[in-house]
Design a protein around this ligand. Structure first.
Ligand SMILES: [Zn+2]
Ligand SMILES: [Zn+2]
Length: 359
């Protein structure tokens, strides 16, 4: 479920307060133990600077005069039009209802940075999560050593144990566990998406397609899209798997095509290449100013030979429908985590494909 604050600045104040509290506790405890604080200072600086860049770096917006090349045959993308920005959207772009702008390769709107995560700032976002995990893990390992020394000395007389310090160590350890757990999940989720060259929104879209893959409604739309784009009926599809489903005689579902045969057009097939496309060259992944490779408007796609369907993503044209009672449509569908497209910050009013007739 999406987190929406009554006062959006709380989204930055809460993590800042958490980070600052752990940092202060760690400095104090390091000082008491006369431990070297150099690494702690460097890691804290990296966390704060990467957070600053994640908040203030633009996610990337389409140029005002952006338009689509409709001479491409077959059509390589859906011609999406933003009724609020009054221009076409490049592929993978969505309009954010909070930022009130179109965002290139939109991943999601992040309440914790008061900014969208998109094409140009996702490397900053990932670096921020990385440095938080590294810095908190470093502090956590120090705290675990402290706790184990308390345990070893448990038989000492009570007046020799600093109770305030022990309480501080326990509170700080719990805070570290909370941050490692929540940020760890967010980091892994985003990383797994980047490994397939997907945004969080596209990963949700893939789950939607997966859930509707063996339905008549999905394939009716896919067949209609194919006919419109290629000017001929969808040819027979082949699979390395056998479909044991019982299909009606007039079924729209192809008998020999499984979800595993469906190609996500932006996935190069190589984990390393996919990561480089989102985060830039490998030597810049941890560099504070590292940028992604592509321009956020045009993206490399798999070749037509590899993609049997040969349709823009998603193949059912996003299944957009204004009927909110239909739970299979993009405006109402909910994934296993209870997330709708609206939860990622997308302005659903700008999602219908195709420009108005007079554009
Ligand atoms: Zn827009
Ligand atoms: Zn936004």
């Amino acid at each position: 479920m999406a987190i929406v604050f009554k006062w959006p600045w709380l989204g930055i104040a809460i993590p800042s307060l958490l980070i600052a509290s752990i940092q202060l506790c760690a400095h104090y405890l390091f000082y008491r133990d006369r431990a070297d604080q150099t690494k702690l200072v460097i890691l804290a600086a990296l966390v704060w600077y990467s957070y600053y860049l994640a908040i203030y770096t633009s996610p990337g917006h389409p140029p005002n005069n952006y338009t689509v090349d409709k001479s491409q045959k077959p059509q390589k993308q859906w011609y999406k039009y933003c009724s609020k920005c009054k221009h076409y959207k490049p592929e993978r772009t969505h309009h954010c209802k909070t930022c009130r702008r179109c965002i290139l390769k939109m991943d999601h709107h992040c309440p914790w940075t008061m900014n969208c995560v998109g094409h140009e700032n996702i490397p900053h976002f990932m670096r921020f999560l990385t440095w938080v995990l590294v810095a908190v893990s470093y502090t956590f390992s120090f705290l675990v050593r402290k706790l184990s020394s308390y345990y070893k000395n448990r038989n000492l007389p009570a007046y020799l144990v600093g109770k305030k310090e022990l309480a501080l160590v326990i509170v700080c350890t719990l805070l570290c566990v909370f941050i490692l757990f929540t940020i760890g999940i967010l980091f892994l989720r985003t990383l797994f998406n980047l490994i397939s060259n997907e945004t969080t929104i596209e990963s949700w879209e893939r789950e939607r397609v997966h859930s509707q893959f063996y339905t008549e409604k999905f394939w009716t739309k896919v067949r209609a899209n194919y006919q419109r784009i290629h000017g001929k009926p969808l040819p027979e599809l082949t699979s390395w798997k056998t479909n044991y489903r019982e299909l009606r005689r007039d079924s729209q579902i192809p008998p020999n095509f499984s979800y595993d045969d469906l190609v996500f057009p932006y996935d190069s097939g190589s984990t390393f290449q996919n990561l480089c496309m989102a985060l830039g060259p490998v030597h810049l992944w941890l560099w504070p100013w590292g940028k992604p490779k592509e321009n956020g408007i045009d993206f490399e796609k798999v070749s037509e030979d590899e993609d049997q369907l040969n349709l823009p993503w998603p193949p059912d044209g996003s299944n957009y429908d204004n009927d909110p009672s239909d739970e299979t449509t993009v405006s109402s569908w909910i994934n296993d985590l209870g997330e709708t497209l609206d939860d990622f910050g997308v302005d659903l009013a700008t999602e219908p494909y195709e420009a108005p007739k007079d554009i």
